[in-house]
Design a protein around this ligand. Structure first.
Ligand SMILES: [Zn+2]
Length: 78
């Protein structure tokens, strides 16, 4: 069997007020809530606001696996 598919997800949030980048609910620099969120659900990175409602629901259902602490990435397992 083995691994048939493996995808690395580099989630990114960008604050529209100050430009801070990272992954956060509210901006860690200015506290702003106007944030562009970039996620990968079906093969490519895309701005979360452009997702269909089904893809947005899938993002909410995914859980983060932060088992690899030394790498700056988040792996989603569905
Ligand atoms: Zn900010």
């Amino acid at each position: 069997m083995g691994v048939h598919y493996l995808g690395f997800n580099f989630s990114l949030d960008v604050c529209q007020k100050c430009g801070e980048k990272g992954v956060f609910d509210a901006c860690i620099n200015c506290g702003g809530n106007s944030i562009t969120r970039i996620r990968r659900v079906s093969g490519y990175l895309e701005i979360l606001d452009y997702f269909t409602s089904e893809k947005k629901a899938e993002v909410k259902n995914r859980r983060k696996n932060n088992g690899i602490q030394k790498l700056p990435l988040v792996i989603y397992v569905t």
